[in-house]
Design a protein around this ligand. Structure first.
Ligand code: IMP
Ligand code: MG
Length: 185
């Protein structure tokens, strides 16, 4: 019995992810040398990526999270972004790096960039593990990108489908493209 293993194939192994996360952390540590970084993770999907990234950074780093409404049980974006949990940290004057698991249409990240910019950060950049670049509907500047991925629905390493599979160490592409269909995990 393949308990907890999704119907699909491995897109990126834990080892591939770990080595890319280390590269990203090196770039970020270099770019923020001498600064005091505030990492802002977008819950829930970014929690694994942020945890690994943060531990590989060599600059002083504070961490906070915000939560936005997700796809729910659908694999197609609703285009509606709702803040479910706001930051505890003050953003004004800080060097903020927004950390997201995946950018699809770009609606979520572009909304969050606008929201945080209004709070007057000293600087604001974005870091995403996965870029589904062919799905973009609104432009959003990505400063650090782990991998560009095709238009498939991805789970594992923090990413879910209907709340499941976030705990898987590898990244999986669900069978059935963007529509996992009947009997999917
Ligand atoms: P966007 O607003 O369309 O760019 O969607 C971004 C959000 O949708 C991300 O924060 C993810 O939570 C979710 N999402 C988009 N694509 C996937 C996927 O392939 N797997 C899991 N979640 C996804
Ligand atoms: Mg997300």
């Amino acid at each position: 019995m393949a308990l907890g293993v999704p119907r699909g194939s491995i897109l990126l192994t834990a080892e591939q992810i770990a080595s890319r996360v280390d590269e990203l952390a090196r770039s970020i540590s270099r770019d923020y040398a001498g600064k005091d970084l505030l990492l802002v993770g977008v819950l829930t999907g970014a929690f694994v990526f942020l945890a690994d990234l943060a531990r590989a950074l060599t600059v002083p780093t504070a961490i906070d999270f915000l939560a936005v409404s997700s796809y729910g049980r659908s694999t197609v974006t609703s285009g509606v972004v709702r803040i479910l949990k706001d930051l505890d940290a003050e953003v004004a004057g800080r060097d903020v790096l927004l950390v997201e698991d995946i950018v699809d249409s770009g609606l979520t990240l572009s909304y969050l960039v606008r929201l945080l910019r209004e709070r007057g950060p000293g600087s604001l950049r974005t870091c995403v593990l996965l870029d589904k670049s062919e799905c973009r509907r609104v432009p959003v500047a990505l400063d650090y990108v782990g991998f560009t991925v095709p238009n498939v629905f991805v789970v594992g390493y923090g990413l879910d489908h209907a709340g499941r599979h976030r705990n898987l160490p590898h990244l999986w592409a669900l069978k059935g493209h963007r529509d996992p269909g009947e009997g999917a995990p």
